[in-house]
Design a protein around this ligand. Sequence first.
Ligand SMILES: O=C(O)CC[C@@H](O)C(=O)O
Ligand SMILES: [Zn+2]
Length: 478
Amino acid sequence: MTATGSLPAPLHDALEKVLGSSGLLTASSDMASYLTDWRNLFHGRACAVARPANTQACAEVVRLCAEHGVPVVPQGGNTSMVGGATPDTTGHALVLVTSRMNRVREIDPIDNTMVVEAGVTLKAAQDAATNAGLMLPLSISSEGSAEIGGVLATNAGGNNTVRYGNARELVLGLEAVLPDGQVLDLMRRLRKDNTGYALRQLFVGSEGTLGLITTAILQLQPKPKSIEAALCAVADAKTALALFAAFRNTEPSAIQAFEFMSGLSMNLVNMLIPDAALPLSEPAPAYVLVELASPRGGDALRELMEEVLGKAFEDGLVSDAVLAESETQRLALWKLREEHAEAQKRAGASVKNDVSVPLSAIPTFLDRATAACEKLIPGIRVAPFGHIGDGNIHFNLVQPEGMDGNAFLARDHEMMDTVANIVRELGGSFSAEHGVGQLKTYMMPSWRGGAELDMMHRIKNAVDPKDIMNPGKIFPAS
Ligand SMILES: O=C(O)CC[C@@H](O)C(=O)O
Ligand SMILES: [Zn+2]
């Protein structure tokens, strides 16, 4: 089977007029990298890959595709964890890649806003804000590749949600191309605007199924003048939560990140990622990376960190800790957190369960889910980590050593359902930040069925009656 489907000749010619020949890829060798995800788990086919350079070209591409009944799969940095940007295997769809729309158009220090195009990587947007003396308070492990359009379409969360919220909370204005090619201009940078439905929020988290996000206005924050980060050795999630409570009860507004890493997952990072050595004297059962930040300079934040950690040592919550003494050390501590996904990829096949439960239920969840998965597949490596301050654990399962990776992956639904059933009993969500994509559509009827899924269907059918935008994502095949 080739990667290429067939692009109807009239559509080909019309698209080439809009995009030029360099903006339209149809050879399978040119399209290959757009037809699989970064983990090489999902493999699709497409009739073409379009790389428009501005909103108008996006609108024309979508309009022409709609006219010819060709589905459009939006793709940004291609970092989805759930196959959200990979087309299906029919070869009917066109993949619309936003990477050429990569301008930070404006930063306004009075409004504290940034106008940014969909194809700007999150890292480039953060850097632009920093260079302007401000901060874009959204940070995810894939920020070097993930692009703003995808970050918003999936309502990305990440490391700073605990303080600043998810992507949704940062979006003031939005421009999107609708499934019929109309441009919806919601580019208002207003804190207050109660004029009917907040349509921009409909696109955030809709995973490209309602339209294509092309530009956004994001709320920025003051750049911190002081930042303190510490890596702490803890006994388990229960002690990690007690440490979180200690920080929260002392100075809740100072916490910028509060991340949990199991010993097993950290061990994979130490073994498989170069330059990621643990700076503690011995490995621990679990770790916390806590970061505090303040727009004020001086020693107050360091004192706060030392006060809370000092007391945590006395109370037996922390057995060892290292505080970053420089920006280089702070980044080295973050590397130990951000490389978990990559380390797990290198360790073999893995199944991701991006779940959330109420904070109080995390220890029970981890105990029960670990026992259940170890019973299901003896030798399985349970390697959880994640944003414990948000109740969001990446309960990832790595194949037993020596097992065939495909045989492991063939049992992914069994593993996902085992974990999800426990999550459900604890009042949680089966997808906290990675979305549904194509991987988890089968879970929607049992988790979001009844009136909730029905209303989602009605919205989808009203906005996109021909199912042009990102078909096969979020909604299970009917
Ligand atoms: O690999 C994962 O499951 C999580 C990736 C990302 O959400 C993270 O928090 O690092
Ligand atoms: Zn995450």
